[in-house]
Design a protein around this ligand. Structure first.
Ligand SMILES: NC(=O)c1ccc[n+]([C@@H]2O[C@H](COP(=O)([O-])OP(=O)(O)OC[C@H]3O[C@@H](n4cnc5c(N)ncnc54)[C@H](OP(=O)(O)O)[C@@H]3O)[C@@H](O)[C@H]2O)c1
Length: 258
């Protein structure tokens, strides 16, 4: 199964934190280097990271990637997705989107693929450490092979609407770096969200274990995409709002990005 997977050219559009974590972990798992392509948006800081990670040789432009890859990973910020334009993919090209807030229908329309899977994982560090937790929708055999290769602990969701709660779950390791998960008020906040998405309590307790022991500030910075949902929750917490209100702010930000 792994050998079949490794024959696919895999293109990662958006080689930022998530994109580079995926590329590095795939390479560590022996995914053939010549079958991985990456793109970014021209930032010199990103180029410098790619160079330091020995990934600079894998850089391609988006149009090369959409022409030559049978698996496309989307890891650009949601607000940058539209600017990429029409992809013109064949219907069966597998598109795996890591973007929060962009629906499967929108991705299908813009890419031309009819084979789109969404995944919301905990941060890039957890992908690198092979302890990411994620929500996935819908189930897809080929995508599952990749998630298993990367040792992602994934939950297949009942419907796409649950993705929005998974977006919150993906933020929890950062959230628990700045608030105490064991406070009664915070447990209640998680319980309230679980009324809408029952896996939330289990995922929340797994997320608590993903808080790093040191360098918490750096960790929070790393997982907070500018303008993204984690940033909205962390900003709200730092304004003194409760965890529940801050999670609701996160849901609202997710809605704005959709
Ligand atoms: N970070 C997390 O913990 C997390 C968790 C779950 C889901 N996500 C989702 O994952 C996605 C990526 O997050 P991230 O934290 O990795 O963000 P990031 O570090 O900002 O990386 C995004 C990358 O996309 C590139 N990009 C932007 N526009 C592009 C374009 N038109 N063509 C090609 N590349 C383009 C950027 O290039 P430049 O560097 O040149 O600007 C950047 O390298 C987001 O959609 C986010 O919602 C993130």
């Amino acid at each position: 199964m792994k050998d079949d997977l490794f024959k696919n050219n895999i293109g990662i559009i958006g080689a930022g934190h998530i994109g580079q974590a995926l590329a590095l972990s795939l390479l560590e798992k022996k995914y053939p280097r010549e079958n991985i392509q990456l793109s970014y948006n021209g930032s010199i800081f990103t180029f410098s990271d790619l160079y330091d990670n020995n990934l600079d040789e894998l850089i391609h432009n988006n149009s090369d990637i959409v022409k030559s890859c049978s698996i496309i990973i989307l890891s650009v910020p949601p607000q940058n997705f539209r600017q990429i334009g029409e992809f013109g993919l064949d219907e069966d090209v597998l598109v795996i989107s890591f973007m929060a807030g962009i629906s499967i229908d929108t991705i299908k329309r813009q890419t031309g693929s009819n084979n789109v899977v969404r995944i919301i994982p905990t941060g890039p560090g957890t992908i690198r450490n092979y302890n990411a937790i994620a929500g996935v929708y819908p189930e897809n055999k080929k995508a599952n092979t990749i998630f298993k290769l990367l040792e992602i602990d994934y939950y297949v969701l009942d419907n796409e609407n649950q993705m929005k709660y998974m977006v919150l779950a993906g933020c929890l390791p950062a959230v628990y770096s700045v608030v105490d998960a064991q406070l009664d008020e915070n447990k209640e906040a998680i319980g309230k969200i679980a009324e809408e998405f029952s896996d939330f309590i289990e995922i929340s307790s797994k997320a608590e274990k993903l808080v790093p022991k040191s360098n918490k500030e750096e960790f929070v910075k790393e997982v907070s995409t500018p303008g993204g949902v984690t940033e909205a929750i962390i900003n709200s917490l730092s304004e003194g709002k409760s965890l529940y209100d801050s999670l609701i702010k996160g849901l609202e930000r997710n809605e704005e990005l959709s």
